[in-house]
Design a protein around this ligand. Structure first.
Ligand code: SF4
Length: 361
């Protein structure tokens, strides 16, 4: 790290965030601005009304250089007086003391050692992690305080920490998931311009699987009319199975405020013929219509079964199911996988049905 070449911006109020230490730009991260803050708290409590299957999260970064056009976390940048588009991608808040604060919170007698989820808001292995290296301290704090945790990422930097995570999994349940939605190189770079390639992410899945992790791949969001063809889904599931993943979680695109404007602007620009269809699909809700989601399940589930994977729709996914160690996890999931496979196979419609065009939309 050539710290001498970085510049510190003396611009008070450049970002509206508590605990701001300094704002930094550096040649290694062109177009990026890092706002380094001292956080008072590392653990975020998920609101009780949330449907999330975990109660605690840790987010070392706000904003994300992976820059996915569909990212539902974009709206959170509004609270920093930054925009939900380019600012979200390029102006990243870094909680430089997150590991120390987390360790102090976990050491409190009242901490119940509940599951902690990482990567549910912004990506903990985005590019900034290569500079700040916050995750090893976070993982160490969680393990020292006997706290089970899960990580969801698109970042291949996860590989750096796999040995540490393998040791952690000897002590506490550790659930690893890689998000890989797009299996067409040009489309992937257009939709997720700051992410590692699909091939690099699949190689990371393989590296984790080789260490004994039962990795989940998030095949989501499935983009209507862009990545929901049988051909694309077959390529996806074949690649995922070959990479050694154990499970797939899939789900159709959500367009919440913040992501909605940014994504539809991208559709208008890149795929204008789809613009009316998208506006109709998402006219009444941030979620794809039920009929589309059911159609997608009928298309994906049989393909998943054919590839020997276990699948869950995103609303069914729960990373918090307790596992005391990798061996117990393997036995439990082998049993679950067998049951799920049987069910999926029974439910699978005919090939003609799943190959049919989505005429409902
Ligand atoms: S990797 Fe996740 S958090 Fe980052 S931009 Fe993409 S969807 Fe958002």
């Amino acid at each position: 790290m050539r710290w001498s070449e970085q510049s510190t911006l003396d611009a008070p109020g450049v970002v509206s965030v508590k605990g701001l230490l300094r704002t930094v730009r550096t040649p290694e991260f062109a177009d990026m601005t890092f706002h380094e803050v001292l956080a008072k708290s590392a653990l975020n409590k998920v609101p009780p009304a949330s449907s999330m299957p975990f109660r605690w999260t840790v987010n070392p970064y706000r904003g994300c250089s992976h820059a996915c056009v569909y990212c539902f976390a974009r709206n959170t940048h509004r609270y920093l007086d930054l925009d939900t588009g380019a600012d979200f991608d390029r102006q990243v808040v870094v909680k430089v003391n997150v590991a120390e604060v987390l360790a102090a919170q976990l050491a409190k007698p009242k901490w119940g050692r509940e599951h902690v989820a990482l990567g549910t808001n912004t990506d903990p292995y985005q590019r900034a992690e290569g500079r700040y290296g916050l995750m090893p301290g976070i993982i160490t704090a969680l393990v020292e305080h006997r706290t089970p945790f899960s990580i969801l990422t698109k970042g291949t930097l996860l590989r750096r920490d796999l040995p540490l995570l393998a040791r952690a999994a000897q002590e506490v349940p550790v659930d690893l998931s890689m998000s890989i939605a797009i299996y067409d190189e040009a489309l992937q770079q257009a939709v997720e311009p700051g992410t590692p390639t699909t091939a690099a992410r699949l190689a990371t899945v393989r590296a984790a699987a080789d260490l004994g992790f039962r990795v989940t791949v998030f095949l989501m969001p499935v983009l209507p009319y862009l990545t929901d063809s049988v051909e694309h889904l077959e390529t996806a599931l074949d690649s995922i199975a070959r990479a050694g993943a154990a499970r797939v979680v899939y789900g159709a695109l959500h367009l919440r405020p913040g992501a909605r404007e940014w994504y539809l602007e991208w559709i208008d620009r890149e795929h204008p013929h789809l613009a009316p269809k998208y506006r109709e699909m998402y006219a009444r809700s941030a979620y794809a219509p039920n009929a589309y989601r059911q159609w997608l399940a009928r298309r994906i589930d049989p393909l998943v079964a054919e590839h020997g994977l276990n699948a869950r729709a995103d609303e069914e996914y729960n990373p918090t199911r307790s596992r005391s160690n990798q061996t117990r996890a393997r036995a439990q999931h082998d049993s679950e996988d067998a049951k799920a496979l049987e069910l999926r196979t029974q439910r699978a419609g005919s090939r003609e049905d799943r190959n049919a065009a989505p005429t409902l939309f």
